[in-house]
Design a protein around this ligand. Structure first.
Ligand code: S3P
Length: 473
């Protein structure tokens, strides 16, 4: 059975006409159906165990490496969220066969590095910045033209950070919306120039786009980051047979060197549970009095668990059980019990290891005794929403004292949080889930204006938390 993703593409050898495409999509994209508000009310103790869905970052990369390898890549535990299904559709448009098997595994039959097809239609990534940016790298390393677009949130996100290095590699930007925004049309090159690029922002998406474009380069591609970001692309490229060397750079950075034109051999991928999704039931269990919850098989990659470190510093009772390696990643079960948290100072250099977790950390901080200062959050302004402003507004309508000082967020916690507010989610799944978690422990229910985007990363969020005892209306 072949699952149709959210967008349908057909193979075609003819070049798309960028102007015609842009004119036809501008009117129709950028919105989704009617909003579906959701409310979370004060909950009884949460009990039981929960296995969070597959990691979103690894799911995107497994599909993409499957597209670039020649042969069949089976994937177990793929996140079947909207963001990832969009990447599956884009892989089909570029020439892969992508199927969901009867046992829930996915199978990608790759087109092979250097042999991608030109898509006949717009690559519509919906809400997904990761899919868009990684695929810009993939297309950039092939002599094909493609149009990238998505919803209203994606259209606000900066893409120049990706286009600039790709242009150095020989990619042409045929069309872009002012400010380097989508829709964007790029023409890739079959001979990407080998570059050494010092990343101006700590971004795994940027690093990955360059490495993926560099795959088809006749030379070496080097990316230097001053703060190490998640390393799933490097790990998976090595796993599929590419030569990747990783060295430390300065105090917190890395220098990654990729030898071009590897033979990519398909490998079976097992996707571990997503720590960024686990963060929501985990914080809920800490905040709802009497709770005792086990999170199963959570990925413990050191570049992804800054939240865990921070919560433990705040006094969270979290027991790490049965640490092990599954599918090439560290995983463990976590027993989480209700805890009285206290405020801490979260250093800026920890941000890349917990970049998606600040909204839910801000909620945890609202219930902590004393002040929590989260430093160096500039990158939060360019996520699915301006998360710094969205979090601040959500705290404000629910009676939580806080300030933004430059790029720092300071939350003055209180063991009781008033709640009672309606939070604007701005098409941002993590804002939505974070404030629902707040509602489970606040004095009065918390409402979010729209829950639709939760399906991008954690489609089973509601039933999974309800099974633990959470109350949603
Ligand atoms: C991701 C990297 C991060 C993160 C995003 C997923 C990835 O973005 O926020 O949700 O899979 O590479 P940046 O690279 O922009 O920090």
């Amino acid at each position: 059975m072949t699952l149709g993703g959210p967008a349908c593409y057909e193979r075609n050898e003819n070049s798309p006409n960028p102007e015609v495409q842009l004119a036809s999509i501008t009117a129709s994209h950028g919105s989704h159906g009617p909003a579906s508000p959701m409310t979370a009310g004060r909950s009884a103790p949460l009990h039981g165990s929960l296995k969070p869905p597959g990691d979103k970052s690894i799911s995107h990369r497994a599909l993409i490496l499957g597209l670039l390898a020649t042969g069949q890549t089976p994937i177990e535990g793929l996140l079947e969220g909207d963001d990832v299904l969009r990447t599956a559709s884009a892989c089909r448009a570029l020439g892969a066969k992508v199927e969901r098997l009867g046992d829930g595994r996915w199978l990608v039959e790759g087109a092979g590095l250097g042999s991608l097809l030109e898509p006949t239609d717009v690559l519509d990534f919906g809400n997904a910045g990761t899919g868009t940016r990684l695929m810009m790298g993939v297309v950039g390393g092939h002599a094909i033209t493609a149009t990238f677009d998505g919803d209203a949130s994606l259209r606000k996100r900066p893409m120049r950070r990706i286009l600039d290095p790709l242009v150095l590699m020989g990619v042409e930007v045929l069309s872009e919306t002012p400010g380097g925004r989508c829709p964007i049309v790029i023409k890739g090159t079959a001979e990407p120039a080998p570059i050494e690029y010092r990343s101006p922002v700590p971004s795994a998406q940027l690093k990955s786009a360059i490495l993926l474009a560099g795959l088809n380069s006749p030379g070496r591609t080097v990316v230097i980051e001053t703060e190490a970001s998640r390393d799933h692309t490097e790990k998976m490229l090595s796993y599929f047979g590419a030569q990747v060397h990783v060295e430390t750079e300065g105090t917190h950075g890395r220098r990654i060197t990729l030898e071009g034109r590897p033979k990519l051999t398909p490998r079976a991928v097992i996707v571990p549970a997503d720590p960024s999704s686990a963060a929501f039931p985990l914080v809920a269990a800490l905040l709802v009095p009497g709770s005792d919850v086990t999170i199963e098989a959570m990925m413990m990659n050191p570049l992804r668990i800054g939240l865990l470190t921070t919560l433990i510093e705040m006094g969270a009772q979290i027991e790490v059980i049965n640490p092990r390696i599954e599918g090439g990643e560290d995983v463990a079960d976590l027993r989480v019990r209700h805890s009285q948290l206290h405020g801490v100072d979260v250093p800026a250099e920890r941000a890349p290891a917990m970049i998606d977790e600040y909204p839910v950390l801000a909620v945890a901080a609202a219930f902590a005794k004393g002040e929590t200062r989260m430093r160096g959050l500039a990158e939060l302004r360019v996520k699915e929403s301006d998360r710094l402003e969205a979090v601040a507004a959500g705290l404000a309508v629910n009676g939580v004292e806080h300030t933004i000082e430059g790029d720092d967020l300071i939350v003055r916690g209180n063991t009781t949080v008033a709640g009672g507010g309606t939070v604007e989610t701005h098409l941002d799944h993590r804002i939505a889930m974070s404030f629902l978690v707040m509602g489970l422990a606040a004095q009065k229910p918390v409402t979010i204006d729209d829950s639709a985007m939760i399906a991008t990363s954690f489609p089973t969020f509601r039933p999974a938390l309800e099974r633990l005892g959470a109350t949603f209306g």
